[in-house]
Design a protein around this ligand. Structure first.
Ligand SMILES: [Zn+2]
Length: 415
């Protein structure tokens, strides 16, 4: 496998990217046209094009179909639209989302498969590969030329985060390192491609910064409230990891001094107040007749439910305001299943944010709901795989290179 410090392979990839980029921008071209456009030697263009053809990323267009010139007509090279180049995977606790793009950066297939939270990690991995195979078959695609697979997984990914590899119960008893090894090795074996792995909320934040309502954001504070509360931080056009991989983890900011115990070892973290399960627990305590998430959503305007949501949302708003006061991001974006509570949740979050942030009209009103749907994690994983660097340096120029991939809403299939 190529290592990041493997210079010849990196140079080769750069050449490949230049040739693919020239074909994306200029359409089908002869080798001579490519030489002129990318400024590489004839030998290099010929060699790189040969390997892209062999991998199925390119096709040769029959010269007989074009105008004939004197001498031997030149064969033109074109991108193969049904050849997957990158896969983006958002491997969550209750569903996996897979999207494939071709060398033109078009999403050529996507799908989602739901499963129970109790599903083991090896079963989740099997469901991921079978979903990818199903997408390939349904859209008549080829994954033989796959260059990389970007995978977002829940929870902190850095092993430097917590000395004892603490993980929440929802990780099904496996250590974080074991899950990451399982996912990385399994996907590498199945697809024969490089695997880029990170936290799925960080990837969703990256997608929001690159493809969201305000494109190419230089700075963004992103928080996703679902089974847990995760976050991402973009500063100076980079997805920031921090010294130990926890930058952006607003879910573990203490919001109640003697609150519930959190899996991370602390008490009263935002996650213990404002994750969906935490809010549901509080709602059930206030009104035992509300049993399910769907019922809580349907009854969110009722005083007992509304009071719990307002309390959790205020904690969120104040936490984000404190962080935004320090970092001054362009945008503060809230995502996740908590948004299903609508204004009953978002309204008090916005009010608390505006009240606690610096009294500056440009900062007030900065908190908004995400503009992306459930595909955000997979889009971010694709973006990360595309950039090839764990630092994602300079990814912000992506949106300029092509329009945001449009991911069709896939039909939900139960596992
Ligand atoms: Zn915590």
């Amino acid at each position: 496998m190529a290592k990041l410090n493997d210079v010849p392979i990196l140079i080769r990839r750069t050449h490949e990217e230049r040739i693919l980029g020239a074909l994306r921008a200029g359409g089908p071209s002869t080798r001579a046209e490519l030489e002129r456009r990318v400024g590489l030697s004839r030998t290099t263009v010929s060699e790189i094009a040969g390997s892209l053809l062999a991998r199925g990323a390119l096709v040769e267009i029959d010269p007989a179909s074009g105008p004939r010139r004197r001498g031997r007509p030149a064969v033109r090279l074109a991108l193969e639209p049904s050849s997957g180049q990158l896969l983006g995977v958002d491997l969550g606790h209750r569903r996996v989302y897979v999207a494939a793009v071709n060398a033109s950066n078009e999403v050529i297939g996507s799908g989602v498969r739901e499963y129970a939270m109790s599903t083991s990690w090896s079963e989740r991995l099997d469901l991921t590969t079978s979903l990818a195979d199903q997408i390939r078959a349904e859209h008549d695609l080829s994954f033989g030329a796959l260059e990389a697979v970007g995978v977002g997984v829940p929870g902190p990914v850095s092993s430097a985060l917590l000395a004892d590899s603490r993980v929440p119960d929802r990780w099904q008893g496996m250590s974080r390192d074991a899950v990451i090894d399982l996912v990385r090795n399994g996907l590498q074996r199945h697809f024969g491609a490089r695997v880029v792995i990170d936290n799925n909320t960080r990837f969703a934040g990256l997608a929001e910064a690159v493809w969201g309502a305000h494109r190419n954001l230089d700075s963004l504070l992103y928080v996703r409230l679902s089974d847990g509360v995760g976050g991402a931080l973009v500063v100076g056009g980079r997805l920031v990891s921090g010294a130990g991989g926890t930058a952006g983890e607003v879910g573990h900011v203490e919001v109640e001094s003697d609150g519930r115990a959190c899996w991370c070892g602390k008490r009263g973290c935002l996650e213990t107040v404002a994750s969906v399960p935490a809010m549901l627990d509080s709602i059930r305590a206030a009104d035992p007749t509300v049993r399910t998430f769907a019922a809580a959503v349907a009854r969110c305007e009722e005083p007992a439910v509304g009071a719990v949501l307002a309390h959790a949302a205020a904690a969120l708003g104040r936490t984000l305001a404190a962080t935004a006061t320090v970092l001054d991001p362009q945008d503060v974006v809230v995502a996740g299943e908590a948004l299903r509570f609508g204004e009953a949740f978002l309204g008090p979050a916005r009010a608390a944010f505006d009240e606690a942030v610096l009294p500056d009209p440009r900062r007030r009103g900065r908190l908004r709901a995400t503009s992306l749907r459930d595909e955000a994690g997979a889009l971010g994983a694709l973006t990360a795989a595309y950039r090839r660097s764990p630092l994602l340096a300079g990814y912000a120029d992506l949106a300029a290179e092509s329009s945001r991939p449009t991911v069709p809403r896939p039909a939900r299939a139960k596992a």
